[in-house]
Design a protein around this ligand. Structure first.
Ligand code: BES
Ligand code: MN
Ligand code: ZN
Length: 531
């Protein structure tokens, strides 16, 4: 879909639809809505009066413009934003996401919209943030994945153009900027959804490699890919161990975006990329196993975020590390009881081959520490336990530095992909002690998300590190506004917001990491444990 920003009266927009909003239970319209209502001779007010439309979040009413009414568009769509005092930009995204689907269903090919949610205190009343949310709601809400539908191609409806209408010259530049960020961020999320939607017989580690190289080419990012012989030479025994049961060769992808100055320490992002997780010899039950094609969301989010950082020209150095493999139960697969030697030199007893994510991340994290990153963040669909602990509305966050965790939490609140911290106390480390190796790869059922993070922490060296568990949020069982059914593309928005905040100087972690002394203070403040 093509998105443009113009400055003109909404009434004069010749689109198939214009999209207006209203806060729940308020009896008056304001701004553009009031103007259009007047042009429609009070027909919108009529909807409120007769109780047909209250402004409930997700509610949508469509009116056709009648001859003689001074609105050029064919339809006027009114959407509810919910109660003003409970309002948020995430609700704006959800409302817009729902409304654009109604617009598409109505057969409209184009729509024009003002910026919604401008008055929200959350956005600091910033018009740019609201414009971004409006565009994200629309682009993410209209997402469809039809790459494999040969039967329905002729019937698929699509909205072709979106016009964001600025109400005045003063706000135009800000709206343009916000809308353009919204476009870049939505493209990143769309990219993640696409990668996760593609079935595992197509989306192999080799396919991910091609996608990474394509992004690198387009965005002027450097991309290096390690193949099995390189991994063997380096000693990436954990990643190699996971790949043994598969016929697909593993790939270790390294992206380097250098937008900062040469001496500046990079942000390192590591993303779990298991293009299919069958569980390996510890085979998963058949129910819902098909969803394990999305066990690469973390890596896709890293790829998307590094690409977006380049597109946004963020003045930062960012390293993206993507260990990619299948987890399959082939004849030469790793077996329970096998011991792997990781890149760090530490040995791991594999108790359960289905706890493969932490194995590939172990080598990914160790590799990342060699860049001496300012901060190290990994993101992974790591544990089913995270779904149990947090349900589908929060990303689990753990780590060894309170400031970095706060930074991620703040970014989550801002972008709508919220995180919730779990403890990483030293008591949990008991659970991953092995009788025969340095550690084992599972800690039993209690605190499964925590013991997984405890395992990861053994591979971060001295880095300021945080781990994001997106297992509960990467897949949605139902459609919710801008979140589709199936792969949600979670993680990209959070990582990009985190990077943008850092680019704006709001980096608590960097401050903590800047000097030796303050760094030690940061470690002290940490509620985690340094391995
Ligand atoms: N990819 C799964 C985790 C997962 C589960 C992601 C559900 C999304 C939805 C991971 O590799 C896994 O299998 N974890 C095991 C770990 C266990 C064996 C310690 C799990 O959570 O059951
Ligand atoms: Mn698994
Ligand atoms: Zn997995």
């Amino acid at each position: 879909m093509k998105m443009t920003v113009t400055q003109q009266r909404l009434q004069d927009e010749a689109a198939d639809a214009i999209l207006l909003s209203h806060w729940e239970s308020e009896d008056k319209f304001s701004g553009e809505t009031a103007a259009i209502d007047a042009a429609l001779k009070g027909r919108l007010r009529e909807l409120l009066k007769n109780g047909e439309f209250s402004g409930r979040l997700g509610q949508v009413s469509i009116l056709h413009v009648a001859p003689g009414e001074r609105v050029r568009a064919k339809r006027v769509v009114l959407m509810g934003l919910g109660k003003r005092k409970e309002g948020s930009l995430e609700k704006v995204r959800r409302a817009v996401g729902t409304a654009v689907k109604a617009i598409r269903e109505a057969g409209a090919k184009s729509f024009a919209t003002p910026v919604h949610g401008r008055a929200l205190p959350e956005s600091g009343r910033a018009t740019g943030a609201a414009a971004q949310a409006t565009v994200e709601g629309a682009l993410l809400g209209l997402y469809q994945f039809n790459a494999y539908r040969t039967d329905q191609n002729n019937h698929i409806k699509a909205v072709k153009t979106m016009t964001v209408v600025a109400d005045g010259a003063e706000s135009l530049a800000e709206i343009q900027q916000g809308a353009s960020a919204g476009q870049i961020i939505s493209d990143a999320v769309t990219f993640v959804r696409d990668l996760c939607n593609h079935p595992a017989n197509v989306m192999t580690p080799t396919y991910v490699e091609h996608e990474a190289k394509k992004i690198a080419r387009e965005r002027g990012i450097s991309c290096k890919v390690l193949n099995r012989p390189d991994m063997q030479r380096l000693g990436m025994g954990a990643l190699l161990g996971v790949s043994l049961g598969s016929h697909q060769p593993p790939k270790f992808i390294i992206l380097e975006y250098r937008g900062g100055s040469a001496h500046e320490r990079p942000v390192a992002l590591v993303g779990k990329t298991v293009t299919f997780d069958s569980g390996g010899i510890s085979l998963k039950p058949a129910d819902n196993m098909e969803q394990m094609k999305a066990d690469m969301t973390g890596g896709a989010a890293v790829l998307a975020a590094v690409g977006a950082a380049a597109r946004l020209r963020l003045p930062l150095n960012v390293i993206g590390i993507i260990p990619a493999t299948e987890n399959m139960p082939g004849g030469s697969a790793t077996k329970p009881g096998d011991i792997l030697k990781s890149l760090s030199g530490k040995t791991i007893e594999v108790i359960n081959t289905d706890a493969e994510g932490r194995l590939i991340l172990a080598d990914g994290l160790t590799y990342a520490t060699r860049y001496h990153p300012d901060v190290l963040v990994d993101i992974a669909t790591l544990t089913g336990a995270c779904v149990v602990a947090l349900g589908t509305h929060a990303i689990g966050v753990l780590g060894n530095n309170a400031a970095l965790i706060e930074e991620l939490q703040a970014a989550g609140e801002q972008c709508g992909e919220r995180t919730w911290q779990l403890p990483l106390w030293e008591e949990y480390y008991e659970q991953i002690k092995s009788d025969v190796a340095d550690m084992k790869n599972t800690g039993g059922r209690p605190g499964g998300t925590i013991t997984a993070a405890a395992f990861l922490s053994k591979f971060v060296g001295e880095s300021v590190w945080a781990h994001l568990d997106i297992a509960s949020t990467d897949w949605s069982d139902r459609e919710r506004g801008h979140i589709p059914k199936g792969p949600t593309g979670v993680g990209a928005r959070l990582l990009i917001q985190f990077l943008r905040n850092r680019a704006n100087g709001a980096s608590a972690g960097a401050r903590a990491n800047g000097k030796k002394t303050s760094r030690r203070a940061a470690a002290k403040r940490s509620n985690g444990r340094r391995p």
